[in-house]
Design a binder for this molecule. Sequence first.
Ligand SMILES: *Cc1c(COP(=O)(O)O)cnc(C)c1O
Length: 391
Amino acid sequence: MKTHFSDLKPSPRILLGPGPSNVHPRVLRAMATPLVGHLDPEFLVIMDETKDLLRYVFQTENELTIPVSGTGSAGMEASLCNIIEPGDKVAVVVKGVFGERMCDVAGRCGAQVKRIEVEWGRVVEPDQVKAALKDGDVRVVALVHAETSTGVLQPLEEVSQVVHEHGAFLLVDTVTSLGGHPVKVDEWGIDICYSGSQKCLSCPPGLAPITFNDKAAEAMRNRKSKVQSWYLDMTMVEKYWGQERAYHHTAPITMNYALREALLLIYEEGLETRFERHRLNHQALLAGLQAMGLEPFAQAGHRLWTLNAVRVPEGVEDAKVRRRLLDEFSIEIGGGLGPLKGRIWRIGLMGYSSSKRNVLLFLGALETVLRQEGYQLEAGAGVAAATDVYS
Ligand SMILES: *Cc1c(COP(=O)(O)O)cnc(C)c1O
């Protein structure tokens, strides 16, 4: 075993990938707050405030609105495993990596999974969902609002109508939209919705906000079979977060401090101001990238503000460019996943990372690297185009 260990001194990164995003200093400070017990009356106040703030960001009145202990995938698993009983038919829209993951999780919960396949980079049309529901008895329709692997924002209102006309539950992943794009849980009729702490909420990874409306919560409480996961069984977890405050598992205290602080920052900024900030920075970044000759990947009119997918230009080495951005500029961006590996870059502008400063810095850095890699582009074109958007 070695006897000398490195100091913990990670480089200060500008996190412009698919998550985590940079964390506000106030959230980091909250994480250095001394621990109290998970049943301490003072912690119970923090829990209640967190639930209120989560209702604010989810735009819901749902009573059962809590952070699940675990990352976004724990939110996905909790959403699916609590509503699915073995043998249930579950329709999942697959238009990227995360829809694919939902199929895997739903299958493990014993669902008969019906895939609604959509070309990566595009949204699902309400008619495609309608067609999948034709033969009846689909219990749940699950889909991703902001598909982080493709940069596509899925409109939900019409899909929601179709799902409810067929008597199914609508289950939505908002991991890359909550806190960056409007997510109107009540107005859009989302029955079950989950997210993750480290994307547009700008908190470290470790908690997954989740909300169930009364109908979904009722269905969950009236299950015939036990939830297959003990840890994520919301009928037990809700007793800790509800009036009973009954011990289930020890809440990750520090993560909950952090999430409460991150949510408070959102509340202070105001949802509308925050969405506008994300929209503007996305527009500026995209204008800059296009001026540099890069093409957006996602379907026009449905591009995420929080995750910008662009095609890697012909003749440019994907991994090398990303590595140079990291080594020379300390900027992280994401590469493509699955079939998009080597073909796209994913540039996140999430939460605290979504700023004019980061947009201009990134465009300048990318230009420098691309020119040195032999890619022809007009000097300063990207930054100039972005600056135009801001002025
Ligand atoms: C990141 C992400 C997840 C998974 O979250 P983890 O925190 O990595 O477990 C799920 N869905 C979407 C859309 C995501 O972007």
